[in-house]
Write a protein that binds this ligand. Structure first.
Ligand code: CTP
Length: 412
């Protein structure tokens, strides 16, 4: 993805959190890409970084006070809120998110957020307990419904407490990428197209604490969702449990089991295309124990009886409301092409993107699942197209272009 932001004006609102130090780096990253950056800092932010530093890095005046007579006369908070292409809030603290969700405007940052008619991207950063608190969960839902975009937070250790969990601000490069995605003015051949993507593993419960899953990281599926969104598609991602953030500009439904994934996908029909990247568990335990299975139970280790999960791809491939284009993935360790061709037919897909995950493929199952690179072949009725080894982002971009090409002939 190109990340040229030349000529773009970004208003960066720096909230009061320890992650504010990363926002100084973000200013540099955005300017490196050609953007002009102007900063607003909350009172709390100034406990962590100074307006002097933000001003030096942005090469612009830093705005801090709603009631600054000079600033109000020169620019004014309404103009400040609108004289930009995008507002980025980083770090977006629990407090700033709560204010924005509820339309409060008692300081410059919140007044700007209320007065703006520009897109807003927030990079939340807070303690994991604050992030998962019902109040923040409510505020996030409100902000999403209001059209505010989020990037992150990521999982990891918190700077101040050493606690691990979700709440760490996205890295400056991730935020810069999200900015580029939102401001992207490239061609939009998929505008008006609704596309469903599944991604990640599924988790099939054994008892309240145990489950069966696999090594899928969701990287390839999420990259495909992001690539389709960049081409203008209305992307509906259905994701199993993954450790990576939701892609920017994509509506995500989070599920755990194969059956939940199937229900979520069916509820999203009709769609123009559906791409099944998820590594769905083929089997689940036929019953989920209501209580944790104890080791000391009478007869030694329990025997798990497995039953087959619904095949989501096959269900949609043969559905009466089948999307125009149905794409499946196949991870094979042997007879890649024969198996992929058989799957194409059995599952009713137009394409199978076949991964060779055998150990001698160069990438290998451990390499593909969780790694950043992939080598695929596109199997269709027309034959086999072999793509060289490339990054998962490149595979995603090429696949998105292929989807756009295929849908071109079909009326929106
Ligand atoms: N898939 C699905 N639902 C399932 C299993 C698989 O939607 N219950 C989809 C995957 O998302 C992928 C494709 O089917 O697009 C291929 O999955 P794979 O596990 O390779 O195929 P299987 O049908 O399980 O065949 P095999 O076990 O023989 O490899």
């Amino acid at each position: 993805m190109t990340q040229n932001l030349s000529g773009k004006r970004i208003l960066l609102i720096i909230g009061g959190g320890i992650a504010a130090y990363k926002s100084l780096d973000l200013i540099r990253r955005l300017r490196e890409r050609g953007a002009a950056v102007r900063c607003v800092m909350t009172q709390a932010a100034q406990h962590f970084v100074t307006p002097l530093a933000a001003g030096a890095l942005s090469a612009d005046h830093v705005f801090t006070d709603l009631f600054d007579r000079q600033d109000e006369q020169d620019v004014g908070h309404i103009r400040l809120a609108r004289a930009c292409d995008l507002i980025v809030v980083a770090p977006a603290t629990a407090d700033l998110m709560a204010k924005a969700a509820n339309g409060l405007a008692n300081d410059l940052a919140s007044a700007v957020l209320l007065a703006t008619d520009r897109p807003v991207l927030m990079a939340p950063a807070m303690n994991p307990a604050m992030w998962s608190h019902p109040a923040t969960v409510r505020n996030r839902a409100t902000l999403s419904a209001d059209g505010v975009h989020l990037v992150g937070p990521n999982r990891g250790e918190m700077a101040e407490s050493g606690e691990a969990g979700e709440g760490r601000m996205a890295e400056p490069l991730e935020i810069a990428a999200a900015v580029a995605a939102l401001l992207d003015t490239g061609p939009k051949p998929l505008a008006g197209r609704k596309i469903i993507v599944t991604s990640g593993p599924t988790q099939e419960p054994i008892d309240p604490v145990r489950y069966i899953a696999n090594r899928s990281s969701g990287k390839q599926g999420h990259a495909i969702a992001a690539a389709l969104a960049r081409l203008g598609a209305d992307v509906r991602l259905v994701s199993g449990p993954v450790a990576i953030p939701d892609p920017a500009g994509v509506a995500v439904t989070h599920v755990e089991t194969a059956r939940q994934m199937r229900d979520a996908v069916e509820a999203l029909l009709p769609a123009d295309a559906a791409i099944f990247v998820a590594a769905v568990a083929d089997w689940r335990a036929d019953t989920e124990a209501g209580e944790k299975i104890k080791k000391a139970a009478a007869d030694g280790p329990p025997t798990l009886r497995m039953v087959e999960n619904p095949d989501i791809l096959a269900g949609i491939g043969h559905h009466k409301r089948r999307p125009w284009l149905v794409v499946g993935f196949a991870a094979e360790t042997q007879n890649l092409l024969a198996n992929a061709a058989a799957k194409l037919k059995k599952k009713g897909a137009d394409f199978i993107v076949a991964n060779d995950v055998s150990l001698d493929s160069g990438v290998g199952a451990r390499g593909v699942m969780g790694g950043d690179r992939n080598r695929v072949r596109i199997v269709s009725k027309a034959g086999v197209d072999e793509w060289p080894e490339m990054s998962k982002d490149e595979v995603a971009a090429r696949l998105a272009a292929l989807v756009a090409e295929r849908l071109k002939t079909i009326a929106v």
